[in-house]
Ligand binder design. Structure first.
Ligand code: PLP
Ligand code: COI
Length: 345
């Protein structure tokens, strides 16, 4: 495989078409997913009345493949993405795609697109986007009969410009997820409803929105595309807990890294906005596949700035250690816990 001639180190987080993608179809008539196949065709033809177009019946995942220091192509914990997509599909009355087949399809598509996997040390990765949607027509509000599952890949650089430089975010007046709603699954509809809020935030100079819990607006939930972490004055990692945030694989991995590699105490609990206002935390960051760990330097609450002691210049010491250790594990420089690294080539 000869690598594509891209300016790997300067890629943004944007889509570009690669050579191969995976497609499988489910029909109600057969009651099962077909074998699926890799294809060159990036176009989808569907009914004008497809369930995804009318009632947003779609779920997705996001994970990355990258090159390790010793030249292997790997991805990180794809079984957890497979399980989360399984859970998301069930919540939207879609036929779940089997976990083992999901992992195999990820391996197959990355192998087929190996020329697009960025070389080690460039800071870029191959972003993998599995997704599933209702493809048959529905006009009354009900689940579609037929579904398509696809996996596309695209090479990406950092999600936030400047990589690990602290970002300035704000508390949003919009809500992201209702109690007992769909905040804990990865459904396209959760992102559609965040678009107005993110466009406005960007226009007003903020990199992201922090959402509070919709019921009481007193607790920190997450941002539009990442979970949030705090470090308190005792050096403890404080992780917001809520039934309406996405169970981030990066966050779950970081909690393990904090406890088992760094010897930190981790407190997973509801986090009150008042604690942030009272300056109880010295560091704050976002975590997710796309974001990895991005430090938050400052949060704006209706005109008032709350600046963390770590500041706007550089990432604080705990976030830095977490980031370095996780990246070290992912890139094969630090021994990974059993089952975390999935070898592709
Ligand atoms: N929260 C939201 C809303 C997300 O979209 C994502 C991205 O996937 C995350 C959190 C982080 O999850 P993960 O670490 O599994 O990528
Ligand atoms: C990811 O981190 O993989 C996501 O899906 C977040 C998305 C908003 C880019």
């Amino acid at each position: 495989m000869e690598k594509k001639n891209l300016d790997w180190a300067n890629l943004g987080f944007a889509y570009q078409k690669t050579d191969k993608r995976f497609v499988a179809n489910y029909t109600k008539a057969s009651g099962k997913w077909d074998d699926g196949a890799l294809t060159d065709d990036d176009k989808i033809v569907m009914s004008e009345c497809a369930g995804v177009l009318q009632y947003s019946q779609s779920v997705f995942e996001g994970l990355k493949a990258y090159t390790t220091k010793d030249g292997h192509i790997v991805c990180f914990r794809p079984d957890l993405n497979a399980q989360r997509m399984y859970d998301s599909a069930k919540r939207l009355e879609m036929p779940p795609f089997p976990v083992d087949r999901f992992v195999q399809a990820v391996k197959d598509v990355v192998k087929a697109d190996d020329a697009w996997v960025p070389p080690y040390g460039t800071g870029a990765t191959l972003y993998i986007r599995p997704y599933m949607f209702g493809i048959s027509p529905v006009i009354g509000v009900k689940p579609a009969d037929d579904y398509q599952f696809r996996i596309l890949t695209t090479p990406v650089g950092p999600y936030f410009k400047g990589g690990a430089k602290p970002i300035y975010v704000r508390v949003s007046d919009y809500d992201r997820a209702a109690p007992h709603g769909t905040g804990n699954i990865k459904a396209g509809l959760n992102y559609a409803m965040s678009l107005h809020a993110i466009v406005k935030a960007h226009q007003e100079g903020f990199a992201e929105n922090i959402y509070l819990d919709a019921a009481t607006r007193t607790k920190v939930e997450e941002t539009g595309g990442a979970n949030i972490l705090f470090v308190d004055r005792d050096g403890k990692l404080v992780v917001p807990k809520s039934d309406s945030i996405l169970p981030s694989i990066t966050r779950r991995s970081l909690v393990y890294v904090a406890e088992h590699y760094l010897g930190l105490t981790v407190d997973e609990r509801p986090v009150y906005w008042k604690e942030v206002l009272d300056n109880d935390f010295v560091e704050c960051g976002l975590c997710g596949t796309a974001a990895v760990i991005s430090p938050i330097g400052k949060i704006n609450d209706h005109g008032k700035d709350i600046e963390f002691e770590s500041g706007m210049e550089k990432m604080g010491p705990v976030m830095t250690k977490l980031r370095e250790t996780l990246l070290g594990i992912q890139e094969g420089e630090i021994e990974a816990p059993e089952g975390w690294i999935c070898h592709i080539e």
